[in-house]
Design a protein around this ligand. Structure first.
Ligand SMILES: [Zn+2]
Length: 168
């Protein structure tokens, strides 16, 4: 009786352990994709596919891609962006962007909350402030009204990094 009970307990333990391992594995799998430039996990609301110097990269957010373009003196082309509200993929040319808000999606490991619960940025961060994409101008405006930042079109958002290119 006790032996059978311990077998049952062992079996149960194995099942629980299996579930834990599987849970860990699937969690890991979901956040497997990392940014091609800063190696941070790509936030499912902010990921973009960017083409810089003819090469495609999965990037954590548009701002990280723009930083790369500025550092490399290469124009940046966005191939696909993610709607911050729904996580759906968007055509970059039809999306609206909020630049310079207080939200930092891909820098959670590098920012600190101070006692006033304000996020402190003590060092240069290639992804900060984050740039997020929205399906409509209204969505972008609502986000900016709540979190700060400026609403920009794709052209406006990339104007700085692609300025040299436009002049040629
Ligand atoms: Zn990045």
């Amino acid at each position: 009786m006790t032996r059978r009970f311990s077998y049952a307990a062992l079996g149960l333990l194995a099942v629980v352990a299996g579930l834990l391992i599987f849970g860990e594995w699937s969690l890991h799998r979901r956040s497997e994709e990392v940014c091609g430039f800063c190696a941070r996990h790509i936030h499912r609301q902010a990921g973009v596919i960017a083409e810089i110097d003819g090469k495609r990269h999965h990037v954590c957010c548009a701002h990280c891609a723009v930083t790369e373009g500025l550092q490399e003196h290469k124009p940046v082309k966005l191939i696909e962006v993610t709607d911050y509200n729904s996580g759906r993929k968007l055509d970059p040319a039809r999306a609206w962007y909020v630049d310079g808000s207080r939200i930092v999606a891909c820098t959670h490991d590098m920012t600190r909350m101070n006692e006033m619960k304000q996020v402190e940025n003590t060092m240069f961060d290639r992804c900060s402030p984050g740039t997020f994409a929205f399906a409509s101008h209204d969505d972008a405006g609502a986000f900016a009204a709540k979190n700060g930042g400026a609403v920009r079109s794709l052209g406006e958002m990339l104007a700085g990094v692609n300025a040299g290119e436009a002049k040629q």
